[in-house]
Design a protein around this ligand. Structure first.
Ligand code: SF4
Length: 360
């Protein structure tokens, strides 16, 4: 593969194919730098110079989960030590705390509780929406939509409509992990398969509900699987235009069953993290926004990722039990002053945005 020419063509509008993208992801040593640099140029052309962030707060509802994915340290059985499920009153208290912090977005994060029905999701959304009128609610995944539908004898479109009417602003593109069923069988065998994830995401987009797109990489998959995943996202975006951004989620291995059993490797290396961001930027010509998850990557790596194709610094977050329970020690609150230090170092302006990327 002639890398220089390929990168030049890509910056000129050529659409990388899967084989070429896989080849780029496998580069190592100083060969990665031209790829990072090209991705940074592509970022400038597509998303401009501004580094954005959203003032948001995560609210965790329950860590009880029917799926118990091998890559996750957060999910618990109902009778496990540390299992919890907040009632509406407690969720209300957390919502009022978020409001006092001047957030524009509340992000509801939850295990897939085996007892939750469509009404449970509706009641949670209604309560948060009524308590925090005007605040964007970013919540729930296609897997939770599927679970609610089967528990309540509804179609997934009916569940999406219920959620939207109760206050859902955008659906999370989580539960995607790696959209290759042979990998899903190992890392998340109890989750919906690739075809169902794609169907529900397209339904949401067609109903006017935007979603994020995610990729959880660095556990058991190969570079070719990562590219198949990106290719599925690219095709959906061509069809619907409903993805707001790609959120690459690097696998935090330490306290997860897959790693403890010796099935998964100890996460991506630094070069793999940067290449995943850069190749995503070059491959996903139809995505405007690529986010860095500072709570998983750490601040210093996040800064370099913003110089390798990413344009968004995610949110203030305030708390991230999912990363903490997997052994991540860098999640929590990120002060916009710290974000500003990063953007100054990059020689780029920092701006607060809404969930849907309007600048504030
Ligand atoms: S990743 Fe989500 S669905 Fe899987 S065990 Fe963790 S909380 Fe449950």
């Amino acid at each position: 593969m002639e890398i220089k020419g390929l990168l030049r063509d890509t910056l000129g509008g050529y659409r990388l194919n899967e084989k070429e993208a896989t080849g780029l992801l496998k580069l190592r040593g100083r060969d990665i730098f031209p790829v990072l640099s090209a991705a940074d140029q592509q970022r400038e052309m597509i998303a401009g110079e501004t580094v954005t962030y959203v003032r948001n707060q995560n609210i965790h509802i329950t860590n009880i989960c029917k799926n118990l994915c091998g890559f996750c340290g957060f999910g618990r059985r109902e009778d496990d030590e540390g299992a919890y499920c907040d009632d509406l009153n407690t969720i209300g208290i957390k919502t009022r705390l978020a409001l006092s912090r001047n957030v524009t977005e509340i992000c509801l994060l939850s295990g897939v509780h085996p007892g939750f029905t469509a009404d449970t999701y509706k009641n949670i959304l209604s309560m948060v929406h009524e308590t925090a009128a005007g605040i964007h609610i970013h919540a729930f995944s296609p897997d939770e939509v599927s679970h609610a539908a089967s528990k309540s004898g509804l179609s997934t479109m009916e569940v999406l409509a219920m959620m939207r009417n109760a206050g859902l602003g955008s659906l999370q593109g989580t539960a995607a992990e790696i959209l290759v069923d042979s990998v899903r069988k190992v890392i998340c065998p109890n989750k919906i398969g690739t075809a169902e994830w794609v169907r529900i995401i397209k339904e949401a987009h067609r109903m006017g509900i935007p979603t994020t797109a995610t990729i959880m990489y660095g556990s058991c998959e190969q570079a070719g699987d990562q590219v198949k995943h990106l290719s599925i996202l690219r095709d959906i975006q061509d069809e619907t235009g409903g993805f707001t951004e790609l959120v690459p989620l690097t696998y935090i291995h330490k306290d997860t069953p897959l790693y403890k059993k010796g099935i998964a490797r100890p996460g991506a290396t630094g070069m793999e993290d940067l290449l995943l961001i850069a190749v995503s930027r070059l491959f996903l010509y139809n995505f405007r926004n690529i986010q860095v998850s500072w709570g998983k990557l750490g601040l210093k790596m996040s800064e370099i990722a913003l110089a390798s194709g990413a344009n968004d610094l995610a949110g203030t977050m305030f708390t991230d039990e999912v990363s903490e329970d997997a052994g991540g020690d860098q999640a929590g609150y990120l002060d916009p002053h710290m974000m500003s230090t990063i953007s100054k170092d990059l020689n780029r302006p920092l701006r607060q945005r809404t969930t849907l990327y309007e600048l504030l």
